[in-house]
Design a protein around this ligand. Structure first.
Ligand code: NDP
Length: 283
């Protein structure tokens, strides 16, 4: 049987189209989802991310309120803005693009966002809900995108041996919790893991969130495994590649996500989903 190449571009587009319809229905009830996007400084990558998020809002019909602040903005000024946005009824979601300039304490800023408007799902309150298995609120965007990719490819998670390589707070840890909530049997690996290769080889579903190009090689995977590649690495020739050696692993896999065009596009789609959810929860 030929390998399924999981098309994140198509699946994320489907989700955006579903959300667009949902927003049209909400508008009929005079509910207008709104997202505040806050960017501090001139990080070029952050500017691209922010611009893509605003474009997605426009496509779906979510109102976006943009705040582009200079690099020298003080922590206090940013906290004041968040306070204003927390109280603004037109704003259902608040997104502060990371990383912030070094003189601003990121943790303090993320804690200041009202958890009900925390569409990135970074606030400890929302992370706590995920940890106790309550998935009714916001879901962390990239991890939730991974679950959608798996489910919309008709792959069952229940009972499967899931191995996650990477334990970051943005990807590794939360995706492990979501796989667990979906009844997967989860093992989390990291840079101190012994026998990584042997553990990966047992995985029915392998999620790689490492940040090292082509780190997972064909000899590390099981025949028929589902491979989810979160990594985004830029090679010397300028091309993007994932953490999984796509060309060599794809023959052996049951399904695999490409880079680009796999997990990447899902993150914004799931952010948009959280914005619509925020509007619903607040109305
Ligand atoms: P981090 O650098 O925060 O985490 C990397 C993880 O990989 C760490 O837990 C680290 O272990 C582990 N690791 C590093 N080297 C090894 C090794 N040799 N063996 C086993 N484990 C190892 O990265 P992120 O989680 O933020 O991101 C991972 C990748 O995903 C990056 O390429 C990033 O660009 C991409 N990404 C993509 C997104 C998307 O939308 N598609 C969103 C977010 C990230 P330890 O904890 O021990 O150091």
């Amino acid at each position: 049987m030929s390998t399924i190449i999981i098309d994140g571009k198509k699946i994320s587009q489907d989700i955006k189209d579903e959300l667009k319809k949902e927003v049209e229905e909400l508008n009929k009830k005079e509910i207008y989802p709104g997202l505040a996007v806050v960017l501090v400084g001139n990080n070029p990558a952050s500017k691209v991310y922010v611009s893509n998020k605003k474009k997605a809002c426009e496509y779906i019909g979510i109102r976006s309120f943009s705040y582009e602040l200079p690099e020298e903005t003080s922590e206090e000024e940013l906290l004041n803005l968040i306070d204003v946005l927390n109280k603004d009824e037109k704003v259902n979601g608040i997104l502060v693009q990371l990383p912030l300039p070094k003189h601003i304490n990121e943790k303090k800023i993320l804690l200041a966002i009202n958890p009900k408007k925390d569409v990135d799902c970074f606030h400890p309150y929302n992370v706590g809900l995920i940890t106790i298995g309550d998935l009714d609120g916001f879901l962390p965007c990239t991890p939730a995108g991974i679950i959608e990719l798996i489910k919309r490819t008709n792959i069952d998670i229940e009972g499967k041996k899931c191995v996650v390589v990477g334990r970051s707070n943005i990807v590794g840890k939360p995706v492990s919790l979501l796989l667990l909530s979906n009844n997967g049997t989860v093992e989390i690996c990291h840079s101190r893991t012994k026998n990584l290769s042997g553990i990966c080889k047992e995985a029915d579903i392998l999620v790689a969130a490492i940040g090292k190009p082509k780190f997972i090689t064909a000899d590390m995977i099981k025949e028929g495994a589902v491979l989810i590649d979160v990594g985004i690495n830029r090679l010397e020739n300028g091309k993007l590649c994932g953490d999984i050696d796509f060309e060599n692993c794809k023959e052996k896999a049951k399904a695999i996500t490409p880079v680009p065009g796999g997990v990447g596009p899902m993150t914004i789609a799931m952010l948009m989903k959280n914005c619509v959810k925020a509007a619903l929860m607040q109305n």
